[in-house]
Design a protein around this ligand. Structure first.
Ligand SMILES: C[S@@+](CC[C@H](N)C(=O)[O-])C[C@H]1O[C@@H](n2cnc3c(N)ncnc32)[C@H](O)[C@@H]1O
Length: 575
């Protein structure tokens, strides 16, 4: 899926992927952003089956206060989750369609439920973390260990583990380079909800101790074509006059994304603080500054740790001149991750090339997603502009940590925590939750659940989630709060999806319940089969405030923006 600029605004959009290899990949790793290999539904049925749900009180949901608008009277109905859709394997040469059936889903009809092989268990040793919600800081732990657990699925099927969909800043972070493994941290102030899981039979428990960082090797060389890297090097040279140091840091920063990092201060705390505080616009969490800055009395020569979930790519050299060491603590210095810093490989994995028209960056997520998110501008070919003031974030920054149940979870078969494992799932909405009074009217990246959505319904497409017919929909749900989420500054690939009055993507609120702290996320699903390189678009909805009565007496909603979706059903406006 690629963010692509659209004609009318010279802006970005998202399309499904064109790479058959990716399709094959996703067939064995039903994660995510690729929608092509799945079987979906005929457009014709949309808008044809109005559904009037009844209220069921069994959902006891309380959303994070930050995203509740008590004044909202809007009613929305989240997804009832049922058995999986199957794949259109013939059409896409997917040889192992079973790999997409990733296990038990949230079911309403238990009889259709097929329990699957359990998979990853998560041991969560304490690591130095930052509390994404409160931005509290925590003292660093001197010798953190990361426990890596291999999934059972991987052992048995020799396929990548199912994606672990988490929605938190400091949640479970799948390791990109070592895809067999999943590590998690659980800082003392993370406020995490953690579901207890037993370790699946056959899983491995690899403990990786922190190793002493290697000193800088002046003979090492890294060549990268990443634009931000290149500019970083030149600035570093200008500032420090030391190209070798600059390259060394670049190399290590590239490798460190989303991993536990170790830094050694060599020039004093002020410079170090500056270095990391300036990361925020370049892919590092904003609270990194607080974390680093709050370490009392950090001195030259001291080593400290932070959890680098987001990439540090693009960090400018003058800012990092005080950092001598930056090493990775997941054992990757000996394993697969180490290869990511081999000279020349960065270009292969992260950089740009000319193989695709308008390609600016191969992976906007810089490895945060399981699949690369290419940044493409096919309209203004010579425009290599990156999205401004935007950091790719895989997870929302303000919602409490949640886990979607894995196969090893001892939850009942009708557990509702499996929806994002379905084949039609694309991605979730990631951004910053806003209060109604904190909404910027000009924010073009605001998701507002209270708008009028032409095609929004609870359990919108029953077949999509395994319901045979409308009659079988036995459960309904009312979204009792208005969700306002802005992906202007932070967001994932969903940020680039444009609006369409004939969308191929729909959203549904997905509830993740825990006995202590339930929460809701917005998940995007394909509404039908989406061929490769098709732009992904969903219905942005319209604000109720713009309601009018048309000539025929029917209510017309007029959005704030003129719509250029080009659909023959285009209503002319949205938002
Ligand atoms: C969430 S952004 C979508 C990605 C955006 N195109 C970009 O470049 O970042 C939403 C904005 O994209 C533009 N947009 C999306 N869909 C549109 C449509 N159908 N017609 C006109 N503008 C659209 C509007 O400016 C809208 O506020």
């Amino acid at each position: 899926m690629s963010p692509t600029k659209t004609k009318w605004l010279r802006s970005w959009s998202v399309e499904s992927d064109d790479d058959i290899n990716h399709i094959e990949n996703i067939s064995s790793s039903p994660t995510s952003l690729m929608v092509s290999p799945f079987r979906f539904f005929d457009d014709e049925i949309y808008n044809t089956k109005p559904y009037l749900p009844s209220t069921v009180s069994s959902f006891q949901t309380i959303i994070d206060e930050a995203i509740i608008d008590e004044t909202s009277t809007e009613t929305f109905y989240p997804l009832i989750v049922s058995p999986l859709q199957t794949l259109d394997d013939k059409a896409y040469n997917i040889t192992s369609p079973s790999t997409l059936e990733v296990g038990p889903l949230q079911t309403v009809d238990d009889e259709n439920h097929n329990p699957k092989t359990p998979s990853p268990t998560l041991d969560v040793p304490p690591l130095p973390t930052i509390d994404g919600e409160t931005h509290k800081t925590e003292p660093p732990l001197p010798t953190p260990e990361i426990t890596l657990l291999q999934t059972v699925d991987n052992n048995i099927n020799n396929t990548p583990p199912p994606p672990l969909m988490v929605s938190s800043l400091l949640a479970i972070v799948p390791y990109e380079a070592n895809k067999d493994s999943i590590a998690s941290d659980d800082g003392p102030s993370s406020g995490a909800i953690k579901r207890k899981r037993g370790r699946p039979k056959g899983s491995k428990n690899l403990k990786m101790a922190i190793k002493k960082p290697k000193p800088y090797d002046p003979n090492s060389k890294v060549v990268t074509s990443c634009p931000s890297f290149d500019s970083g090097i030149s600035e570093a040279e200008r500032e420090t006059g030391n190209k070798e140091v600059a390259e060394s840091v670049l190399m290590r920063f590239d490798a460190v994304r989303r991993r536990l990092c170790q830094l050694k201060c060599v020039k004093g705390p002020s410079l170090l603080t500056t270095a990391l505080s300036n990361c925020k616009n370049l892919g590092v969490r904003t609270n990194t500054k607080k974390r680093i800055g709050s370490i009392p009395g950090i001195k030259v020569g001291e080593i400290f740790y932070f959890w680098g979930e987001m990439c540090l790519v693009g960090l400018h050299m003058p800012m990092v001149a005080g950092i001598d060491y930056l090493t990775i603590k997941d054992g990757a210095t000996e394993g697969p991750l180490a290869t990511s810093v081999i000279p020349g490989q960065l270009k292969e994995n992260r950089g740009t090339d000319n193989s695709r028209k308008g390609l600016i960056l191969k992976d906007l997520s810089y490895g945060a997603e399981n699949l690369p998110i290419p940044l493409v501008n096919e309209i203004d070919e010579n425009d290599k502009e990156m999205p401004q003031d935007f950091s790719y974030a895989k997870s929302s920054l303000v919602q409490p940590m949640v886990y979607e149940c894995g196969d090893a979870c001892p939850c009942p078969p009708d557990c509702h925590n499996r929806v994002t494992q379905t084949g039609t799932f694309i991605c979730e909405l990631v951004g910053m939750a806003k209060r109604i009074h904190g909404v910027d009217e000009d924010d073009e990246y605001m998701f507002d659940s209270s708008r009028v959505y032409n095609q929004f319904k609870w359990n919108y497409e029953p077949e999509l989630v395994g319901e045979n017919c409308w009659d079988q929909v036995s459960e309904a749900y009312k979204l009792r709060w208005r969700m306002l989420v802005s992906s202007k500054e932070y967001g994932n690939v969903s940020r680039f999806m444009n609006h369409s009055c004939s969308p191929n993507v729909m959203w549904q609120p997905i509830e993740f319940e825990d006995s202590r702290q339930p929460c809701v996320r917005i998940a995007f699903f394909a509404m039908k089969h989406i061929p490769p390189l098709t732009e992904l678009r969903f219905d942005y909805g319209m604000s109720c405030k713009t309601e009018e009565v048309g000539e025929d007496g029917k209510t017309i909603f007029k959005g704030k923006k003129i719509c250029h979706c080009g659909s023959f059903k285009c209503q002319g406006s949205f938002g």
